[in-house]
Design a protein around this ligand. Structure first.
Ligand code: UDP
Ligand code: MN
Length: 558
């Protein structure tokens, strides 16, 4: 065999043929990928052409953003304006997501209505949300976009300007349905999303916040999962966008959505089984934030977002509970990535409060949580009330007949089922406790102030009055800041970081004797001999000053 021979011997020839085929394949792949990206590129070049006409120039559109203070939007508005209409985003999903082919149903069976409700959103931010959506979604599957301006205050021409801009840029070219709605008065996110969904006509409805950027290939993995199960609801994995730098980071695939007994949202750890890899879709007790997609019909059958909930808060927890209990499931799909700005504070007001102990935001959230507890938690609602006693004072002005009918008709499980099958974390928290809530002696409650190392007795109606958790196993009495009630040198009562090792735990161990709290190591009882003082003293069985009641006791007192 000669290198560089003049003729093509059989081994030589096969080498050239294979090399030729590999080259062909390489060009074919490039061609197909370009073809994939072509709809986004076409869209962008079309928008550039449109900019020649002044009223369609997006720079002119965003120049009408009203002047506001830095924290009006709770993100960097100047940077947002400077970033432009669309930017390249890092690929944050696993590489296997990009290379595998999605198996999708026909577009007519899987088209999507996108509902975006916004209140006081910056023009550049809203536009980037919309343009990223339109340029990174397969055209055939995007059925319509429903935009609800929820009574935005400063920028009253925003919706009209947007209508003109979008009509000019997308109207003639896209089959996409565009609906623009405005609530004259602000109605809140929950009402507005329901309004949008009630007008939608796609097979699926997707709720999106108005400060998002969808990443390449976000829609296909969601559609693929939904095609397998009509009762499923899915969340993309949310990549955090920093509100100050607007940098786009990779979201964490090891987190699920959940909530605690106060009905506050929490991230929970996802445990990977041996057969599971990071990028596989996984079940979650609640949605990972407010971006979710499901069958529109199924959403309506479940009664939409509970319409009695006010303004903002708890709606996705309520939807998650009823989905799971009434025959649905929730999955987070890591191959689908959407960037979302997680703001540090609310960028909007809540209605004035009627309860002077609570802030307007607290009162609205508590009102909504109370509805969730009353609707779905059955006897476990006592746990919620123990931790949120102020919720008892909040009046609710509706009945639960309709909801009970729906629970019966759809044969929804009791809440116990959710603890058993969906959120072992929540159940474990329940099982771990022997008592919880405020700890009362006569008309005063034991309170751990942030600045003190010793607990005091204070009014039980303080809005931040300490909620204690008595742990069944260790006998520790802990605050939510993981400080434990301990007895130290000279019988001094103190708050210390809750100990994990046996020696520390010994000084933090309490035993419930009737309504007494006996310190296991010293054999002395917690006592309130003088008005606001706490002391350790010899246990006396009928002493009122040694009688302490938790808001909720889970086991009979010995
Ligand atoms: N929103 C609304 N009406 C309101 C409050 C909020 O339409 O009264 C919109 C808001 O503009 C955003 C979405 O609802 O698009 C979710 O609100 P936010 O982003 O503040 O909630 P978070 O993401 O912090 O849960
Ligand atoms: Mn948001």
């Amino acid at each position: 065999m000669h290198a560089g021979g003049k003729y093509c011997g059989p081994r030589h020839c096969s080498f050239y043929i294979i090399a030729f085929l590999i080259c062909q394949l390489f060009f074919l792949v490039i061609f197909i990928r370009n073809d994939d990206a072509s709809s986004a590129n076409e869209l962008l070049s079309f928008m550039n052409e449109s900019e020649e006409s002044d009223h369609l120039d997006w720079r002119v559109f965003i120049s009408h953003t009203p002047e506001t203070s830095e924290d009006f939007y709770q993100y960097n508005i100047h940077l947002s304006n400077a970033l432009g209409l669309i930017r390249k985003l890092p690929v944050t999903r696993h590489h296997s997501c990009t290379t595998r082919n999605s198996i999708l149903p026909a577009p007519l069976e899987a088209n999507v209505s996108v509902v975006i409700s916004f209140h006081n959103e910056a023009r550049s931010m809203l536009l980037r949300t919309i343009v990223s959506l339109l340029s990174r979604s397969p055209e055939d599957y995007l059925h319509e976009l429903i935009l609800v301006d929820d009574g935005s205050q400063r920028d009253v021409t925003l919706l009209d300007d947007l209508k003109r801009w979008m009509g000019g840029v997308f109207g003639s070219r896209y089959r996409l349905g565009l609906t623009f709605l405005r609530n004259q008065e602000r109605m809140g996110l929950i009402w507005s999303r329901n309004r949008g969904a009630s007008l939608a006509s796609g097979r699926y409805v997707l709720f999106l916040d108005s400060h998002c950027e969808v990443n390449e290939g976000w829609l296909e993995p969601l559609l693929e999962r939904l095609a397998l199960n009509t009762n499923l609801a899915v969340s993309p994995l949310l990549d955090p966008i920093d509100p100050t730098t607007l940098s786009y980071r990779k979201g964490n695939e090891l987190l699920k959505g959940g909530f605690d007994w106060s009905l506050h949202f929490h991230w929970l750890k996802r445990q990977l089984t041996n057969q599971e890899s990071l990028e596989m879709p996984y079940q979650s007790p609640a949605f990972a934030g407010g971006v979710l997609m499901m069958s529109r019909e199924w959403f309506l059958k479940l009664g939409s977002f509970n319409p009695y909930l006010k303004i903002w808060g708890g709606e996705s927890i309520e939807l998650a509970i009823k989905l799971w209990l009434c025959g649905g499931q929730i999955e987070i799909v890591p191959c689908s990535r959407i960037g979302h700005i997680f703001r540090r504070r609310h960028a909007f007001d809540f209605p004035p409060q009627s309860d002077r102990q609570l802030s307007p935001a607290q009162e609205t959230y508590l009102h909504n949580s109370k509805i969730i507890a009353e609707s779905w938690l059955d006897e476990y609602k006592n746990m919620f009330y123990a931790l949120r006693p102020a919720a008892r004072r909040i009046p609710l002005d509706h009945t639960y007949d309709e909801l009970q009918r729906m629970r019966k008709e759809r044969r929804c499980h009791p809440f116990e089922w959710y603890l058993r099958h969906v959120s072992p974390e929540l159940r474990m928290h329940f099982d771990e406790l022997s008592a919880t809530g405020t700890l009362r002696n006569e008309d005063r409650c034991v309170h751990a102030r942030q600045k003190d190392s010793q607990p005091i007795l204070a009014s039980c109606y303080l809005s931040d009055i300490t909620q204690w958790s008595m742990l069944r196993q260790s006998g520790q009495l802990s605050t939510h800041r993981e400080l434990c009630l301990a007895v130290g040198f000279g019988m001094r009562i103190a708050l210390e970081p809750c100990g994990r090792n046996e020696t520390v735990r010994r000084s933090q161990r309490w035993v419930r004797l009737g309504t007494h709290l006996l310190h296991a190591e010293s054999h002395l009882c917690l006592d309130n001999p003088l008005k606001d003082r706490l002391e350790m003293s010899t246990c006396r069985s009928h002493a009122v000053s040694q009688s302490f009641q938790f808001a909720l006791e889970m086991e009979g007192q010995t």
